[in-house]
Design a protein around this ligand. Sequence first.
Ligand SMILES: [Zn+2]
Ligand SMILES: [Zn+2]
Length: 106
Amino acid sequence: MTRCGKAGSGENYREQALKMFPWVCGRCAREFSGKQLRELTVHHKDHNHDNNPPDGSNWELLCIYCHDNEHQRYLEADAHGPAGKSSEPAATYKAFAGLAHMLKDT
Ligand SMILES: [Zn+2]
Ligand SMILES: [Zn+2]
């Protein structure tokens, strides 16, 4: 009985979001009904699929095309962004390695 609870909850947010929001794409404003509803997907605003607040504040209904677009932009931003960011942990790591080395020498 209990295995239905958490295991299925991953898909549950879509049902919830569809109940909560009008069936309209948040980008292109296309309206959906019936079978077309399959093309309406739930996007997570912070791109964290585990973040599903019951008030729906992290959800946005997007059609599959706009959803694709949204993630494309995110990936591009991601590809440009980390170049500066990723040097930080490396620098920290080096500093730490240097410290270890110094400790060894003493
Ligand atoms: Zn759309
Ligand atoms: Zn998404």
